[in-house]
Design a protein. Structure first.
Length: 283
């Protein structure tokens, strides 16, 4: 059974704007799924259907095989944690610590457990030193981490991140990639994230949905998706820079095997030109 599944999900906003057209999406256990699409593609709207913020205009959303109802919505929100695109929508307490404690407190946990979860979450996202700060006085990237910590502290089984890298500095993006991969590896968490930054997709995702104007125009593994540069360009996206470079080298007669992540490209180049992979000094 899939953790999240949509069947012919259609969503129309008041005013007759249909943002999602008959979408079929599945999130199996322990998957890392990217939903990529340009501005207005429908990514945020789709995510808001995953925990009942929006109800389908037609079709359905199934969580562990069950539709979302008034009776199970609390359980669903415990199970599916969503970090919104705009951190300001999610942060409202006087201190970071209190903000991160809000979710666990609402779950009715005891104080000791709440304290433990809050500090673990702050540590995981690397902002323990901000615990006593006023969230609204933090930078955009810091607020984003607070919002992520607040959801992590609820220990959802599915973590949904809407544009998690927007506004993060390069180290922040690198940390987030490591963080998502560790959640998946260490805790078996299922992670679904949206982005138009295609370069992080290969580092994190094992399955990709490409969205345009409320429809999925392609889905598949990282390799399957990034072998379709024309399709990506037609929906205002692009192939990440590494496979793009390799393709261009190949067309100029330089034989390097296709690779998608930094480490794989480095290995491919070393193997091709040195014969044997070895530890490099490239930082
Ligand atoms: N409250 C609303 N009322 C009417 N239409 C809306 C509303 N919110 C979003 N839309 C429309 O729904 C479509 C999908 O918007 P959505 O925010 O889901 O896109 P997105 O893929 O998340 O874009 P972005 O990359 O800019 O975050 C857009 O055409 C948008 O204009
Ligand atoms: Mg969005």
């Amino acid at each position: 059974m899939h953790l999240i599944e949509t069947r012919d999900l259609t969503y129309t906003y008041p005013g007759n704007v249909t943002a999602l057209h008959s979408l079929n999406f599945v999130a199996p256990r322990n998957a890392r799924i990217a939903v990529i699409g340009s501005n207005g593609a429908g990514k945020s709207t789709l995510f808001k259907c995953f925990n009942g913020i929006f109800k389908p205009s037609s079709g359905s959303v199934l969580i562990r095989g069950e539709p979302i109802t008034k009776e199970n919505i609390r359980e669903v929100r415990k199970f599916v944690g969503i970090v919104f695109q705009n951190a300001d929508d999610q942060i409202f307490s006087p201190t970071v610590e209190q903000d991160v404690a809000f979710g666990p407190t609402n779950l009715g946990l005891d104080e000791k457990t709440i304290h433990h979860r809050v500090h673990e979450a702050l540590k995981l996202v690397g902002i323990e030193d901000l615990a006593h700060r006023v969230p609204h006085h933090l930078s955009g990237g810091e607020k984003k981490r607070v919002a992520i910590a607040g959801i992590i502290a609820m220990e959802p089984e599915v973590l949904v991140l809407d544009e998690p890298t927007a506004g993060l500095d390069p180290k922040g993006v690198h940390d987030l990639v490591e963080f998502i991969n560790s959640l998946s590896k260490t805790y078996g968490m299922t992670v679904i994230f949206s982005t138009h930054d295609v370069s992080m997709v290969a580092e994190v995702a094992d399955y990709v949905y490409v969205m345009n104007k409320g429809r999925f125009v392609a889905e598949g593994s990282v390799e399957e998706i990034f072998l379709q540069p024309d399709m990506l360009r037609s929906v205002r996206l692009d192939v990440p820079v590494l496979p793009k470079l390799i393709r261009s080298l190949n067309t100029h007669g330089v034989p390097v095997p296709m690779a998608y992540t930094y480490e794989d490209v480095e290995r491919a180049l070393i193997t091709t030109y040195n014969g044997v992979p070895q530890d490099s000094n490239i930082p």
